[in-house]
Design a protein around this ligand. Structure first.
Ligand code: ARG
Length: 585
């Protein structure tokens, strides 16, 4: 159906959309006006199934099989289809004509975007992701947020939207008094060598230990918080150093991960501090604010605690301090009013669901989130170890991301050495990087994000199954076909799919834009993963059943063209997930 606000433009090369577009006017006229969705869906019995006759027949009070027959006999799909058959209570099974598939594949092959077009109504999408905390280790939850957020950034951008990345780091709050004092005690040099090497946890823990042991340190820390909040220049410089040391470390992780985040994307909690008093004033003016135990709160309807009492969103503590909720409210205002966001995505773990729902509810009540602007919590589950408990290192600590990523690359390097000993050291290192990092990202992206997943090296690095190495291998294999084709002096030509295996592959290739649309609408990168996995499987059976270089003439050049389109689709799809596709491995 034509949806004005769709995030991805319906592809002109999608045979499903083509059938839909053909039938819509006829159905609408038959219904006596109004839009009617033909409901064209994949089918196990044919290339597609049209289901729209059933609801329409109900609406018109006629027999659905008769209506389906009428649709078939109207002849409007005849040139696109080889067969149309009324089935069951009134479905229409559709078999596309080979010529339709050939024609559409040719168009896609000639299009550098593979049928994925830029939206004619681009939205401004603010994506809040990664968001580690200063002077604290980045944990696997931040890895998930970073990897999922990065994939969404790439997908929304590819669909033509204006994407604004925001890394909402935790860089403000009471602990900074203690952290700054600890920094002073250690001396900057010592502190920076620890923090710079990613030893964030020991820094934080040492500060914390001192805080609980020494009253003198507590006192200093409290005074320091006051100095920080009142804008004392010296304190600000120290705070700045602390933040800079941590963000430099975060950057090394981002670089190793190959995500798009840069310093310009930093938009930490501290940035919203100056906006908080005005946020509170606006809440006050809207008449939503009340007092509870001396704190300023808002009660969004529908939120209750365990006893069934209304749950407040605390926006100012009794002591006058602002908190996480206040900064997130200021942040909503900033994103909508300064950045012009009409879609805000929060890539944050599932435990923060209630916090976010309350923030969104209050923002709506206050009138800050007008019609047409939406906020979505892109929630995700936990990363588990083999014991099905939260992933921990052997010593029981939370896993350090840098260690995890270098282990991934080491393991990939060993696997590549075994699989392709002829690669030079430099080639192997580059390929291992792509495979190792890709495997970690894909393992994260390929399960429905709201579910937990088990982190398992052997599984994620396997060269078969729904893994990144399997997809990368399919791509590399096609590249090797083309290296041989070049040696033999043969090239691709006009596409004409005939064998069932190549026809199935061709049809699947045409579904790429629709799958990206589907993944975007639900902010679910795993749907793209599933598609790519199926694509690699269909390619494998095609390659087993349809000789490419051993065939000749038009058949060979058509098959080479299908191979080429498959490789480009794999590479583009992996690219949207932030994963590289090596040409050999
Ligand atoms: N720093 C927070 C954490 O580590 C995540 C912040 C997410 N973004 C936000 N706007 N609340 O849990």
């Amino acid at each position: 159906m034509v949806n004005e606000r769709a995030l991805v433009q319906t592809a002109a090369t999608d045979p499903f959309a083509l059938v839909s577009a053909r039938l819509e006017p006829w159905l609408s006229q038959r219904a006596g006006g109004g839009a009617v969705d033909p409901v064209v869906r994949p089918s196990d019995h044919a290339d597609a199934q049209i289901n729209g006759a059933l609801p329409l027949a109900k609406q018109l009070g006629c027999n659905p099989r008769d209506l389906a027959t009428e649709i078939v006999e109207s002849g409007q799909l005849d040139d696109l289809c080889a067969a149309l058959e009324v089935a069951g209570p009134g479905f229409i099974n559709v078999t596309f004509a080979d010529s339709t598939i050939d024609h559409l594949l040719t168009e896609v092959a000639n299009d550098e975007h593979l049928g994925l077009h830029k939206s004619s109504e681009p939205r401004t999408v603010v994506i809040d992701y990664s968001a580690p905390n200063v002077a604290k280790e980045m944990h696997v939850g931040h890895l998930r947020s970073t990897v999922i957020g990065d994939a969404l950034v790439r997908m929304y951008s590819a669909a033509g939207h204006k994407v604004i990345r925001e890394n909402h780091i935790g860089d403000w709050g009471r602990p900074f008094g203690m952290l700054i004092e600890h920094l002073l005690d250690l001396g900057e040099e010592v502190a920076s060598s620890g923090l710079g090497q990613g030893d964030l946890d020991s820094f934080y823990k040492a500060a914390n230990a001192k805080f609980s042991e020494s009253e003198e340190f507590q006192e200093r820390s409290r005074e320091r918080v006051v100095l920080l909040q009142s804008g004392n220049p010296e304190t600000h410089v120290l705070w700045d150093r602390l933040v800079a040391m941590s963000t430099a470390y975060f950057n090394t992780v981002y670089e190793q991960l190959g995500v798009l985040l840069v310093d310009d994307d930093l938009m930490g909690e501290s940035k919203y501090q100056p906006l908080m008093p005005a946020t509170l004033e606006r809440l006050e003016a809207s008449g939503l604010m009340s007092e509870s135990d001396g704190a300023k709160v808002v009660f969004p309807p529908g939120f209750t605690n365990r006893d069934g009492d209304p749950l407040p969103l605390i926006v100012q503590a009794r002591t006058g301090g602002f908190n996480y909720a206040t900064s997130d409210l200021a942040c909503v205002i900033d994103r909508i009013e300064r950045l012009g966001a009409d879609l805000m995505l929060y890539v944050i773990g599932a435990p923060q669901q209630q916090h976010l729902e309350m923030v969104f509810a209050v923002a709506k009540m206050a009138g800050w989130m007008p019609e047409g602007v939406s906020a979505v919590h892109v929630a995700f589950g936990n990363v588990l170890g083999d014991d099905k408990k939260m992933l921990r290192s052997r010593s029981g600590e939370s896993v350090k991301l840098v260690d995890l990523l270098s282990e991934a690359v080491d393991r990939a390097s060993a696997a590549v050495e075994e699989k392709n000993p002829s690669l030079s050291d430099a080639e192997r290192a580059a390929v291992a990087e792509m495979i190792g990092i890709g495997a970690v990202k894909y393992a994260d992206l390929s399960t429905d994000r709201v579910r937990d997943y088990v982190f398992n090296w052997d599984r994620m690095l396997a060269f078969d199954g729904n893994t990144s190495p399997y997809l990368q291998y399919a791509h590399a294999r096609i590249c090797s076909i083309f290296r041989r084709a070049a040696e033999e002096g043969v090239s691709s030509g006009e596409i004409a799919v005939r064998e069932p295996a190549e026809r199935a592959l061709g049809l699947h290739l045409l579904g790429y834009p629709a799958v990206v649309a589907d993944a975007l609408e639900s902010n679910s990168p795993h749907r793209l993963c599933t598609y790519l996995f199926e694509l690699a499987q269909l390619f494998t059976s095609f390659y087993e059943q349809c000789p490419v270089l051993k065939s000749d003439g038009d058949t060979r050049s058509s098959r080479l063209a299908v191979c080429d389109l498959t490789a480009r689709t794999l590479s583009a799809g992996l690219g949207l997930l932030g994963i590289d596709a090596p040409e050999q491995m």
